[in-house]
Design a protein around this ligand. Sequence first.
Ligand SMILES: *[C@@H]1O[C@H](CO)[C@@H](O)[C@H](O)[C@H]1NC(C)=O
Ligand SMILES: *[C@@H]1O[C@H](CO)[C@@H](O)[C@H](O)[C@H]1NC(C)=O
Ligand SMILES: *[C@@H]1O[C@H](CO)[C@@H](O)[C@H](O)[C@H]1NC(C)=O
Ligand SMILES: *[C@@H]1O[C@H](CO)[C@@H](O)[C@H](O)[C@H]1NC(C)=O
Ligand SMILES: *[C@@H]1O[C@H](CO)[C@@H](O)[C@H](O)[C@H]1NC(C)=O
Ligand SMILES: *[C@@H]1O[C@H](CO)[C@@H](O)[C@H](O)[C@H]1NC(C)=O
Ligand SMILES: *[C@@H]1O[C@H](CO)[C@@H](O)[C@H](O)[C@H]1NC(C)=O
Length: 913
Amino acid sequence: MRLFLLFSFSALMLHEAYGFTDEPDRKALLDFKSQVSEENQDALSSWNNSSPLCNWKGVTCGLKNKRVTRLNLGGCQLRGMISPSIGNISFLISLNLSDNSIGGTIPYEVGNLFRLKYLNISFNFLEGEIPDNLFNCSRLLDLDLCHNHLGGGVPSELESLEKLETLDFGANNLRGKLPASLGNLTSLARVSFSKNNLEGRIPDDLARLTQLVHLGLGENKFSGGFPPSIYNFSSLEYLNMFGNVFSGSLKPDFGNLLPKLRLLEMGTNSFTGPIPTTLSNISNLQEFSIEQNKMTGSISSSFGKLKNLKTLRLHNNSLGSYSSGDLEFLKALSNCTQLQTLLVNRNRLGGVLPTSITNLSTNLWKLDLGTNFIFGTIPYGIGNLVSLQKLVLRENLLTGPLPSSIGKLSRLVFLNLTSNRMSGEIPSSIGNITWRLCKFKRLCTLSVAHNKLYGHLPQVLGNWLMGAKILDFSNNDFSGSIPGYFGNFSLLEYLNLSINNFEGEVPTEGKFRNATVVLVFGNQYLCGGIKELKLNQCIVQAQPSHSSSSKKVTIELSIGIALLLMVLIMAYISLCWFRKIKNNQLSSNSTYSSTREVVHEKISYAYLRNATDGFSSSNLIGSGSFGTVFKAFLPTENKVVAVKVLNLQRRGAMKSFLTECESLKDIRHRNLVKLLTACSSTDLQGNDFRALIYELMPNGSLDMWLHPEEVEEIRRPSRTLTLFERLNIAVDVISVLEYLHVYCHEPIAHCDLKPSNVLLDKDLTGHVSDFGIARLLMKLDQESFFNHLSSAGVRGTIGYAPPEYGMGGQPSIYGVLLLEMFTGKRPTNDLFGGNVTLNSYIKLALPERVLDIADNSILNSGLRAGFPLDECLIMVFKVGLRCCEESPKNRLATSEARKELILIRERFFIGRR
Ligand SMILES: *[C@@H]1O[C@H](CO)[C@@H](O)[C@H](O)[C@H]1NC(C)=O
Ligand SMILES: *[C@@H]1O[C@H](CO)[C@@H](O)[C@H](O)[C@H]1NC(C)=O
Ligand SMILES: *[C@@H]1O[C@H](CO)[C@@H](O)[C@H](O)[C@H]1NC(C)=O
Ligand SMILES: *[C@@H]1O[C@H](CO)[C@@H](O)[C@H](O)[C@H]1NC(C)=O
Ligand SMILES: *[C@@H]1O[C@H](CO)[C@@H](O)[C@H](O)[C@H]1NC(C)=O
Ligand SMILES: *[C@@H]1O[C@H](CO)[C@@H](O)[C@H](O)[C@H]1NC(C)=O
Ligand SMILES: *[C@@H]1O[C@H](CO)[C@@H](O)[C@H](O)[C@H]1NC(C)=O
């Protein structure tokens, strides 16, 4: 108590010594202090009555009146709230409370500080709205409230801050639109509203802000075209529009209107159209980012004029034309010697990877050309890019080896070459990458999966990859033993060695103890490892000293078993073959005469000629594969049917035609076009005449529905197929394949499955036609068959049929059909050629750009509101792609594909059928 009195007394004495003029400031500041707690106890310790006010930490006084004019408590680790008494420090010109942990609201009383020019409360936890009263501080030059939790709208009263030069409301929770009155603040040079929930168009009135140097609009929900007002800001150096919903295209003279830009961030919007070439006139441009938009056209070589360019982000657009020339700009970019980041992945860039990439800036540290259509090999000179840390070339069409010069990229920590066609061995020079790391481990990632790389994993790889987190070698032809060093990589989270030819014992130490980290399946000759890998035990040696010979024994044994199996299989096949020949001989000898009775007697040339009005063109339905199809009315049956007249080159030798037709008739399925009967006869000139009579499918072929623009007007369907109808037809077709595949005794290839062979009945149910006809013709008239093949180009060339044509290849033929059904694009479309196929095109678009590749008429056909169209299409395309997998072991089986499609149908159209 006595101490307190003494203390108060001395304080009083001090007051007298320094005079009372500062009394209101002192009271207010002590009150301010009482409302905040200091994480750092010393921050405001000098704020005590035993030291003069003007010496308090962060306080600056006016020279004459000794009143507080500046208060700078930035970064003092203060918590708590701002006391309303702050409004009593009436001579305050500058208040900086930034970078603390102050919560609560901005006190209304701040509005009393009419002398205030600088107010910075950024990087705190302020809540509530921006108080109206603040706008009384009409002398404010700089208002910075960024990085708080302020809500409400941007007040239109803001316009009364007439002198404002800097306004930063970034990173708050502001909602609503920007007020047009903002355009009155004509002195503004720096404005940011980034990272809020603001929406709507940018008001045209902003065009008056001609002094603007810095404009941040990023990460809001602003919409509309590129704001015309911005084209007025000829002094603008920094423009951030990233992450909004801006759309529309950019003015061709963009670069001439905004010639001072240094940083231009427009990524993640919906901008369309070409990148204006006038950008190259912005001589100081350091960063141009327009990733994640819908930009089209080419990447201009004129970027090469931008000597100061450091960052070019053009990824996730639709740039390029899948053709050579698309990568010309890379050559020009070698003039941009400051370039550090170049991202053009996920576009439509085609052509050969030019060797000129090796002349890119030696400052380049990030290069991503992934998910494009780039061919060729990685040039040896890649080793020139000595600063490279991240190199991504994944999902292209690159061939050839990984050049040994990769060893020169001493800073490389991320390399993804997945899904190319690269071959060769991993160069041992890769071990050189470590020379700078010395002792510390760097986190690195290597993925070379889905290529054709082979050879052993070099021992030295361990040096580079020591700090590896993700390693993916899967789906290659790597061989040799699995290096034990992986087990010691302490940061390793994922090591995929699956689907290769690794052999021998799988280590069990370190990371190899964890089956979720190390994947080894699909390597035929691996043994051992931990139990969870479910591998065979390695053969135990009698003399454990010879561990290498144990591997040999394993291999020899395996080879022995394989040989034995092969012999057995071949024996079985020859047995079956022999039996079949015998059966065939029997059947053709004994059944020929009886078939005539089975096949409809009345079907003769004359009868069909009558039924088709003399094969008149008015009854012509189409000229499909192997023949011409007519509509015919069969009076005796009172039925309209389709008659397919076969084009035959070879006379005679067709004795068993009707027999064969009979056997085709036995194969019945609700989704096969029903073969009613056949006609084997001679025409009026005495030529052989063969025809097949089918059930008529009134809705024509799927082909007509998918490509109506190619159909003559009278036969063109009146509408397009809906998503649901397409799914149904897809299921119809695959049901047939499953039936033919699984349930028929003799699997019969329908090697000519394409939309023109899928016919639609009156309910738009799909029926596969021409089934078996290829086989029939091959047996009976090989000449016609091969002519047909070469003319229609069934075999492989046009993308429907895989190389193993007709040999269990149905899923992939079907896969292509499925992809065509949902993209509306034929595999023969001009878009595709060389190494770009319908499926690689789809693969690259999934999942983000699924709506870009889907058939437009699906997008426009009455789906209920909120239908997850993209989700559904992604699933369908994935089935299609998995059916098309090149390697049979990855390919989806017919029955699986059917199941998946039915599941998709159930999931998205529950209860509709
Ligand atoms: C601030 O000023 C108001 C009005 O003059 C007064 O009532 C209040 O007590 C003052 N607060 C402090 C902490 O000095
Ligand atoms: C008051 O502030 C002065 C100056 O910083 C300091 O030396 C002194 O220890 C402080 N007194 C108290 C009681 O905190
Ligand atoms: C402020 O801007 C609004 C809308 O642009 C305008 O109507 C008003 O006249 C302006 N006020 C002043 C003082 O210029
Ligand atoms: C690159 O620089 C060279 C030499 O300065 C010049 O001739 C060439 O035109 C430049 N290319 C581009 C695209 O600017
Ligand atoms: C890798 O290092 C070895 C030994 O220092 C050297 O002979 C070889 O040329 C280097 N390879 C590359 C590609 O730098
Ligand atoms: C490498 O690329 C593949 C194929 O696009 C991708 O699936 C994988 O996630 C990538 N790896 C890393 C570590 O980014
Ligand atoms: C195995 O690895 C996974 C993934 O890194 C990890 O979550 C898990 O804890 C590990 N299990 C054991 C037994 O170490």
